[in-house]
Design a protein around this ligand. Structure first.
Ligand SMILES: *[C@@H]1O[C@H](CO)[C@@H](O)[C@H](O)[C@H]1NC(C)=O
Ligand SMILES: *[C@@H]1O[C@H](CO)[C@@H](O)[C@H](O)[C@H]1NC(C)=O
Length: 376
């Protein structure tokens, strides 16, 4: 009796083990080779990296035949941006990255939800990382006079400036910090992608290799005028910086793009930084670090509303020779309400899904003509 009982129990245990093994094998076999394994990258900040299980060397497409550049795709998003983020990521995947599998880094002010992480892992087969930007990297520091900052915000609200009344913050992109985030530290180049944008054209080449081979530090697609009430004292501070640190101002810079009177006044031209392909080693170098520290100490990110677009643009235009800037005129891109649609033969060649006539380039609000005159 007891012998039979023991045998049956062993039989059941063996069966369970066998079934589990079969289930496990079946899972292994049915697994998409591009599925992600959470590869145990967790740091103190709770950042997480999921590494693609299979990293394949691209055999065709824009990245064929060579190793990927030292670069990442980068998105700043909130959990509430989930839909817009999925839309942007899938478009860039479709037009470019499905051939290349450049990794994605997502940064947020708070921890990403599992739903967000799952959704992003679902729209790309590249590695994805999710990080939180430490509060001290984006929030108004203690030394800022909050009464003064509030007065500045109230004034901008009266002038109808969108978001001006919100919690004091310094957008993480104009901060001197984002490129120091542990998830970005390993990389040199990034392509900034915002939620809710549109890409219209196939990308037939690798823009990161293009940047590297042509010694570019900053690439853009749209350029227009900044709204003056957000930056009333920015230019006087830029002039003070240039006088104090002439060693950082590059020969053959793009001052003529920023100023129509040799640097006396700012014409408000800037590169629209929600699209940005840039070299973080430029942000990490002493010129930009000194510039950021100088501007930060002036408090204009809080008392006014200095945005990342003019701050990045002014730095790129002044601290690098103009030959290191690049207009990605073959990239069709829209961030409502503005868009850039390629005008040349690449419109057809790259199957651009935008109306050629709908492009900001030569309208009154555009600074592209000034940019192009730099090279005439
Ligand atoms: C995730 O991918 C599956 C299969 O491709 C799809 O059916 C599903 O809708 C996707 N989920 C999300 C949130 O995109
Ligand atoms: C990528 O670039 C970063 C920043 O320049 C550098 O620290 C890192 O060593 C580079 N990685 C490789 C593999 O070259």
């Amino acid at each position: 009796m007891s012998f039979v009982y023991v045998t049956r129990r062993r039989y059941v245990v063996a069966l369970v083990v066998l079934m589990s093994l079969l289930y496990f094998l079946q899972q292994l076999v049915s697994q998409d080779p591009h599925r992600y394994v959470s590869a145990g990258f967790f740091n103190d900040a709770g950042d997480e990296r999921q590494v693609a299980a299979v990293e394949t060397f691209p055999e065709s497409g824009p990245c064929a035949g060579r190793a990927l550049a030292n670069a990442t795709l980068l998105m700043l998003a909130r959990n509430s941006d989930l839909e817009g983020a999925m839309s942007s990521v899938s478009q860039l995947e479709e037009k470019f990255n499905k051939h290349c599998n450049y990794p994605w880094v997502f940064l947020n002010e708070e921890p990403f939800t599992d739903a967000f992480k799952w959704a992003m892992g679902n729209v790309t087969k590249a590695s994805v990382s999710f990080g939180q930007v430490p509060r001290e990297h984006w929030f108004q520091p203690d030394w800022v006079d909050e009464d003064l900052a509030r007065a500045g915000r109230d004034k901008m609200v009266e002038q109808g400036i969108i978001y001006a009344g919100s919690v004091p913050y310094r957008n993480i992109f104009n901060s001197g910090f984002f490129f120091k985030h542990s998830l970005l530290e390993p990389y040199r180049y990034y392509w900034r992608v915002e939620p809710d944008i549109q890409y219209f054209c196939d990308m037939p080449y690798d823009p990161f290799h293009f940047m590297q081979e042509n010694d570019k530090i900053y690439g853009f697609t749209i350029s227009f005028y900044e709204w003056e009430p957000t930056i009333p004292t920015l230019w006087s501070n830029v002039k003070e910086f240039m006088a104090k640190y002439p060693q950082y101002v590059a020969d053959d810079n793009a001052m003529a793009y920023l100023s129509d009177d040799g640097g006396e006044t700012y014409n408000l031209c800037h590169f629209w930084s929600n699209f940005e392909i840039a070299d973080m080693d430029f942000w990490r170098a002493p010129a930009y670090q000194a510039f950021f520290d100088f501007l930060e100490a002036k408090g204009g990110f809080y008392y006014e509303r200095w945005g990342d677009a003019p701050v990045h643009s002014i730095a790129a235009a002044l601290f690098a020779p103009k030959s290191q800037l690049h207009f990605f005129q073959d990239v069709g891109y829209r961030h409502t309400p503005f868009q850039h649609c390629p005008q040349g033969p690449e419109w057809a060649a790259n199957k651009c899904g935008c109306d050629k006539l709908d492009t900001l380039d030569y309208r009154d609000q555009s600074c592209i003509p000034r940019y192009q005159r730099l090279f005439e």
